[in-house]
Design a protein around this ligand. Structure first.
Ligand code: NAP
Length: 308
């Protein structure tokens, strides 16, 4: 379907795209590039790319589809490097977890003769690097396309078909709406997990190993989320600042109301609140976004996080 596919960034997401594209026979040739020689060598050894290049421009030259699979904060610089090497008619896409700032960083560097179609697969794990990718990562997961206003329909359809070939389900959104939705479903939950693990870490110094020893599912899940890649998440918060702060403000207001109810012994308020949140959980299961299994639907302990 794609004669030449190029992946810039060969970590969890880039290597999973390569593996899934090979599984589905979606690309004639797959070329790749990563920043360090160590990752490039590992990619060659693992064999998910046909060719690994020393520079992003060399990898992208002549490609029909180029996907930026690097941290959000470097997408602009990578676009500036590959821009002059791109073939007319090529589709340039990305997998960044933030859209508005990424589009502003990337679009000015791309020539008019290529099609820029931003995308974000809602699939991931807390692991990074080329060894952590796997072909099934996108199976049954959403991939959100955020085409720019006035974008040609054909390249958007082609990218949609490519992601469907990788196993994903597709939705489309305005970039700003994407950033708000992801702030609620992924970015602020990560802030909360990072904070909770920080709080427990301070407490652990008081209570010795008890926090780890009696770590129940709730806290264990926080630690798993808080183990996510520091570079990726630093860039997410720096680039989705407004939506994250908006949702964090709302979160803080709710937290104060719960705090007050606990202080005042307002059991009715707490019971009503928790009954409502339980209904939301039921709705997520009914929508097929998770299962009622005790492991929260992840496959084994190292499986997918549907929220990233
Ligand atoms: P990752 O496993 O850490 O891989 C990042 C890759 O980018 C590495 O191969 C790295 O190369 C390369 N890279 C970094 N800076 C570069 C540069 N300046 N030029 C060329 N290559 C560069 O990260 P990931 O989890 O795949 O995340 C990549 C993107 O996917 C991010 O934008 C993130 O927002 C998005 N995303 C992540 C998830 C998730 O759950 N992880 C989910 C959806 C979307 P080296 O190894 O040589 O440093």
């Amino acid at each position: 379907m794609i004669a030449k596919l190029t992946l810039i960034g060969l970590g969890l997401i880039g290597s999973s795209i390569a593996r899934a594209a090979k599984r589905g026979g979606l690309a004639g040739e797959i070329t790749g590039h990563a920043r360090t020689a160590a990752t490039r060598a590992k990619a060659l050894e693992l064999g998910f790319c046909d060719r690994v290049c020393e520079s992003a421009a060399e990898a992208a030259a002549g490609a029909d589809l180029v996907i930026l699979c690097v941290p959000v904060g470097v997408c602009g610089a990578v676009a500036a490097e590959i821009g002059p090497a791109l073939k007319p008619g090529a589709i340039v896409s990305d997998v960044g977890s933030v859209k508005v700032s990424l589009i502003a960083d990337v679009a000015p560097h791309l020539p008019d003769c290529v099609h820029f179609v931003p995308a974000h697969p809602i699939a991931g794990t807390e692991h990074s690097g080329p060894e952590s990718g796997f072909a099934e990562l996108f199976d049954g997961r959403w991939c959100i396309l955020t085409p720019l206003a006035g974008a040609d329909a054909e390249p958007v359809e082609r990218l949609q078909a490519f992601w469907e070939g990788l196993g994903a389900r597709i939705d489309r959104m305005e970039p700003a709406h994407h950033d708000l939705v992801l702030a609620v479903t992924s970015h602020v939950p990560h802030v909360i997990a990072y904070t909770m693990v920080g709080v427990a870490d301070h407490l652990r110094r008081v209570t010795g190993s008890e926090v780890i020893k009696f770590s129940a599912a709730g806290f264990r899940d926080f630690t798993r989320i808080a183990a996510s890649d520091p570079t990726m998440w630093r860039d997410v918060f720096l680039n989705n600042r407004a939506a994250t702060l908006d949702i964090l403000g709302r979160f803080t207001e709710e937290l104060f109301m719960l705090q007050r109810a606990i202080r005042m012994g307002d059991g009715d308020y707490l019971h009503d609140y928790f009954s409502h949140t339980r209904e939301i959980r039921r709705g997520i299961i009914e929508a097929g976004q998770d299962t009622p299994a005790a492991d929260f639907g992840r496959r084994g302990s190292g499986g997918q996080d549907p929220g990233e």
